[in-house]
Design a protein around this ligand. Structure first.
Ligand code: AMP
Length: 542
């Protein structure tokens, strides 16, 4: 017997409809690229998104067309997402921090036909456009007054373009498994791989993300996503926030400590999300200039491992709960979040911080396991680490054009490329990327674990650990540190600090200080570049 419930396809247009119907006047506040703060609401965002869809259809764009955006988090970028999805096209977020050649490759691979671009990136796009044959038109996200001269094909100012529509449009309806969005992962080897989200996966992911043990967002939240929409599906926040009716505050192009602090306080933000680097900048700003965060309840931190001192500072100095999260572009992106289960509710001090340093446990909708190289499931004992594998309705089952097929097995498990262990209460801890793990005498050493502890040293600003070849042990760890400004730690200081905090055989064989550690476009440490830099380096123990 079939259930007798309605067919109600999970389309992203329903999310903005819901926000506009049930929370019409809830504010969407942005720092504009032009400078001033801008205020709108869900009703207006929907109305303008309808205009976009209407214009796109009129100009011949529709089902399955890839439409790129290269933009900061603002109300205009949000409208574009809904307008594009509402006509059945696919938003394709471009990360402006990638190399131009990589961007051209990605745009050609996706065959982007149209591009919405912020003023900031116009020079970059002027250089790129001639290399992308599919690109027919560029819409600059500004008004006539701020529109610069440009020779880009069919370039038009967004606000002028919108004037051509009245918004009398009905969202297109189609199967919920239709593609809605696209985001490329910048693998450190090989070409970038396209991840294609569906309407269904986006809607389910947003329902999953708002739960109390996940992002915990409701209509009374005031959410500031600092993580850009062009990183890993913008952590789904462009959908989760309207779905809950929460106020949305967006940082535009400014993500420095002072600008973030201004938004957090003036807009009375209760919940915010970004990578650790952003929070380190904010905490440095607060240390230097003083200030409190009276409204802030929750800080969601992910993208790379969150150092203990960041968790400690937010919780014990500023009174905001840290939710350490792990995810991937391939997972829409949420995988796990670190809420506190009753089993750990009585912990305090360092014991609590040790749990909060883990990446937490998956919400409903994410299945997870750790296996050895022969695909045997490893015990959840909090120590045994192996390959982390996941599956679920918002996890990729393939890449665009079937790249990287070897990462998906017959039972749909996706090999994340991360190495992790899981404790008896289900808390997962990333110990490395599979290709960064250090193999010493047949045992694995977690580079991330050592890095996390090293940055706890008051004189160390950033730390990275890589494996260097060793005649006896195969590989041994080298610790690379950036000194904090005005401080001068020695190798012995840093090793002394690590002593007793990690196993003796994990101790780095050497410590070197550099001015800068190389980063990827997503702000993660570029271990490949670091390994290249230290290729010929001879460890004192070798
Ligand atoms: P991306 O798809 O660019 O977001 O990168 C995903 C990768 O970032 C994951 O596979 C992890 O290696 C890393 N990552 C994300 N969040 C965390 C975290 N909280 N701790 C450690 N690594 C993380």
């Amino acid at each position: 017997m079939r259930g007798l419930m309605q067919d109600w396809p999970l389309l992203c247009s329903k999310v903005i409809d819901h926000a506009a119907n049930e929370h019409p006047l809830r504010e969407v506040v942005s720092r504009s690229v032009e400078g001033p703060m801008h205020r709108t609401n869900y009703r207006e965002v929907r109305q303008r998104a309808l205009k976009i869809a209407q214009l796109l259809e009129r100009e011949g764009y529709g089902l399955g067309d890839r439409i790129a955006t290269m933009a900061w988090n603002t109300w205009r970028h949000l409208e574009c997402w809904y307008g594009i999805m509402g006509v059945g096209a696919i938003y394709h977020t471009l990360n402006p921090r990638l190399f131009p050649e990589q961007l051209a490759w990605i745009m050609n691979d996706a065959e982007d036909k149209l591009l919405f671009v912020d003023l900031t990136f116009l020079p970059l796009i002027e250089a790129l456009a001639p290399k992308v044959a599919s690109l027919k038109k560029v819409i600059v996200l500004t008004d006539a007054e701020h529109m610069p001269e440009t020779k880009l094909p069919g370039a038009v100012a967004y606000e002028e373009w919108l004037k051509g529509a009245d918004g009398d449009f009905v969202w297109k309806e189609f199967d919920e498994n239709t593609a809605a969005g696209m985001c490329y992962t910048s693998g450190t080897t090989g070409n970038p791989k396209g991840v294609v989200y569906s309407h269904r996966s986006n809607v389910l992911h947003s329902m999953i993300a708002q739960a109390p043990d996940a992002m915990n967002i409701s209509s009374s939240s005031r959410m500031l996503p600092i993580v850009p929409l062009f990183h890993a599906n913008g952590w789904g926040i462009a959908l989760t926030t309207p779905m809950t009716g929460a106020t949305l505050v967006m940082p535009g192009p400014k993500m420095d400590g002072a600008s973030v602090y201004q938004l957090l306080t003036e807009e009375r933000v209760t919940c915010t999300a970004a990578v650790p680097t952003v929070w380190l900048m904010l905490l440095q700003h607060l240390e230097a200039h003083g200030g409190e965060l009276p409204d802030l309840e929750r800080v969601i931190i992910g993208g790379s491992a969150c150092p203990r001192r960041v968790i400690d500072a937010f919780q014990n100095r500023y009174g905001a709960q840290v939710v350490h999260a792990w995810g991937m572009t391939e997972m829409s992106p949420l995988g796990t979040l670190c809420a506190i289960k009753p089993e750990y509710a009585d912990l305090t001090g360092d014991e609590l911080l040790a749990v909060e340093e883990t990446q937490g446990f998956p919400p409903f909708g994410v299945e997870m396991k750790v296996t050895d190289d022969e695909n045997r499931t490893l015990p959840r004992d909090g120590k045994t680490f192996g390959r982390l594998k996941v599956r679920g309705p918002a996890v990729a089952k393939a890449y665009y054009k079937d790249q990287g097929a070897e990462l998906f097995d017959d039972e749909r498990w996706f090999d994340t490329g991360d190495v992790a262990h899981i404790d008896p209460h289900g808390y997962m801890k990333i110990t490395d990327r599979a290709k960064d793990v250090i193999k010493s005498g047949g045992e694995w050493i977690s580079s991330i674990e050592i890095e996390n502890i090293a940055v706890g040293h008051p004189d160390v600003a950033e730390a990275a650990v890589i494996g260097l070849s060793h005649p006896k042990w195969d590989e041994r760890p080298l610790l690379v540190c950036v000194r904090r400004e005005g401080r001068d730690p020695t190798k012995e200081d840093v090793l002394g600090y690590l002593d007793g905090k990690i196993a003796k055989w994990w101790m780095p064989d050497d410590v070197v200080f550099v001015d800068e550690i190389p980063h990827t476009a997503a702000g993660k440490i570029r271990k490949t570049a670091l390994r290249d830099e230290f290729r010929g380096y001879v460890l004192p123990t070798a």
